[in-house]
Write a protein that binds this ligand. Structure first.
Ligand code: AMP
Length: 379
């Protein structure tokens, strides 16, 4: 059985085709710059890459092109699109309503659109992608896998802000948390690596990529996480500030005569590793420059690691101990410096060696597995 996954961004669609029986990822790729004159597709089959510059005015045409590649004699993996049994979609926000992955019907689709009010940048592309995929694959079951779902089990004391309670009731203002699929995937992978049941483990999972978040995972459930109402809160990230004093927003607006949108743009796109270093949001660049003595590159790296350590400390208290800390995603998987620094500093604090695992995250694979589980349950 072949399962296709889609991850629709504001101008891109990532896709991957899995064969369930073998767990093999057959082909994958990304359609980029959809809706612009520079759109193209990067496709990959068994390590071989193929780029296609092609007009992709909208999601429908992008998915149509993806289907053409999936069925291409040279670059594809199936003869016909009818060989695709199910489709899984990454959806960022499921509000408090979606606590697990669900089969998409007209009602679910409408609710995904409704939660665009909480994720105005993320849910509309998923909605458009699902609509296009439903048109191109009539009758094929499609499943929504939500980034927020894994964190829905957090207790009230962890997910509420210290704001008037009415704001939670009126506007659903609370901590939702994101990267749930990744935290869940690596928590399960950690249990396998440790050869222990997940329900017996206390884990702290650190997703350190372009976006960064950290979760306290107790017995397989997220009990706290660093991203909040939006993905801006928590750790310092590539271009996002992470935690700041909210009062600085009005202060900056006054001092710099900027609008609230402009200040939010600073916090979202001009801050983090990029803002502190003044050179790059990419950890590889910063490591190379710091090596050559660039002071602010070094400072940005130190601040990044300090924040991770601080959150790990908080979650050690939340969990009352930990069996393992997991590092994952682009930075987490590829920066041995972070692992060695955390290893040393946490061991000093705790007086014993903390197990730190570096594990590859694979959100697409989990989306495919969930998709299969949902359609199997339906049968
Ligand atoms: P992700 O969002 O998981 O794709 O992670 C993207 C980020 O991972 C990039 O912005 C880089 O900063 C970082 N990254 C990727 N490869 C490496 C590497 N070899 N060493 C350090 N950082 C890396």
């Amino acid at each position: 059985m072949n399962i296709l996954t889609f991850n629709c961004g504001s101008s891109s669609i990532k896709y991957q085709l899995f064969r369930r029986e073998t767990g093999e990822a057959l082909v994958k790729g990304i359609a980029e710059k959809i809706g612009t004159s520079e759109s193209y597709l990067n496709h990959e089959k068994q390590g071989k890459k193929h780029r296609q510059d092609v007009a992709l005015p909208d999601y429908y045409s992008a998915i149509e092109m993806i289907v053409r590649l999936l069925t291409d004699p040279q670059w594809g993996a199936v003869r016909d699109k009818t060989e695709i049994a199910a489709i899984g979609h990454r959806v960022v926000h499921g509000g408090e309503e979606f606590t697990v992955s669900v089969l998409i019907d007209a009602h679910v689709l409408q609710r995904i659109q409704y939660y665009a009010k909480l994720a105005p940048l993320h849910n509309p592309p998923a909605y458009n992608g699902i609509k296009a995929a439903r048109k191109l694959f009539p009758g094929v079951p499609q499943v929504a896998v939500f980034d927020t779902a894994f964190h829905q089990g957090m207790p009230e004391e962890a997910f509420l802000y210290g704001l008037p309670y009415d704001l939670y009731r009126k506007y659903c203002i609370r901590r939702y948390g994101f990267h749930g699929t990744s935290h869940r995937y690596v928590a399960e992978a950690a249990a396998k690596a440790l050869k222990k049941p997940l329900r017996s483990l206390k884990l702290i999972t650190c997703h350190l990529g372009n976006g960064c978040s950290i979760s306290a995972v107790k017995h397989g459930r997220s009990v706290d996480t660093s991203m909040g109402f939006t993905p801006l809160e928590g750790l310092m990230m590539g271009t996002r500030s992470g935690d700041v004093d909210p009062a600085l927003i009005s202060y900056l607006m006054e001092r710099e005569k900027r609008s609230v949108q402009e200040v939010m743009e600073v916090l979202n796109r001009k801050s983090g590793l990029f803002g502190v270093s003044g050179i790059s949001n990419d950890m590889r660049d910063l490591l190379a420059r710091a090596e050559k003595g660039h002071k602010r590159a070094r400072l940005a790296i130190d601040m990044f690691i300090y924040r991770v350590k601080k959150y790990i400390g908080a979650y050690l208290a939340v969990l009352n101990g930990v069996d393992a800390v997991v590092l994952t995603a682009g930075i987490g998987e590829n920066t041995p410096l972070i692992k060695s620094r955390l290893q040393q500093e946490l061991s000093n604090v705790l007086g014993k060696r903390v197990k730190i695992l570096t594990l590859h995250t694979d959100e697409e694979r989990l989306i495919a597995e969930d998709t299969y589980a949902v359609i199997k349950a339906r049968r």
